[in-house]
Write a protein that binds this ligand. Sequence first.
Ligand SMILES: Cc1ncc(C[n+]2csc(CCOP(=O)(O)OP(=O)(O)O)c2C)c(N)n1
Ligand SMILES: [Mg+2]
Length: 248
Amino acid sequence: MTAAAGSGHPGGSLSVVELLVAFYFGVLRHNPSDPQWPDRDRLILSKGHGCPALYAALAEAGYFDREILTTLRKLGSPLQGHPDKRHLPALEASTGSLGQGLSIGIGMALAARLDQRSYRTYVILGDGEIDEGQIWEAAAYASFHKLHNLVAVVDHNKYQLDGPVNQILDMEPILDKWRAFGWDAIEIDGHDLREVLPALRRAADARPRAIIAHTVKGKGVSFMENNNDFHGKAPTRDETERALRELA
Ligand SMILES: Cc1ncc(C[n+]2csc(CCOP(=O)(O)OP(=O)(O)O)c2C)c(N)n1
Ligand SMILES: [Mg+2]
């Protein structure tokens, strides 16, 4: 998809594939033929630049035709370079301006409480994204208000735009930070469905839950793995052929 577009974010898309597969095919209560079903679980991809993986999962789940996947980033396409809810009803939020998704998720979790609905709200955050101050105000707010229907998943792929997160603004110890903010925090291998599925399915307790998912940026393509050149650059034609061969 990024090759067809000639731009985009392959690295951070590939690191969330298993998380999205687990969500759409094993966790979320949802109905692709009725995206506005009031009791559906909500999923927000706060690190919106990873949307090629989200669009692929939505197409596979039946929200729209796979044919349009290669219109990514084209003028007039519903599949914009960052998720745009106005053009794609399957999305819960327009994201891409990093730092905002957890606050949006809090609004949905509070609405569920007010409306006495049992849906859960899940938010996928980037590990560079959680450098944003707004994330930590949201984290404090969610635990103070006991939003047990809210789950944050951090895609901990160890890189952000400019390089390794631990050289830019290191949030370690990440687990302790979420716990100090009152969250039930656990750590998993974000590429192993045997760990991802039970973590996402675990019943709620009294607190919001944070899942730190250890992942590899560019997962599955040898020359993209841990190579941050592919944070925001499309592969060339040759690279695309190699990548697709490796992923097949
Ligand atoms: C508010 C805001 N600032 C800057 C950017 C530009 N930007 C896009 S991706 C990115 C890095 C994000 O790193 P991370 O959250 O770790 O994402 P991943 O590694 O999964 O790609 C930045 C700074 C943005 N989209 N939004
Ligand atoms: Mg990252």
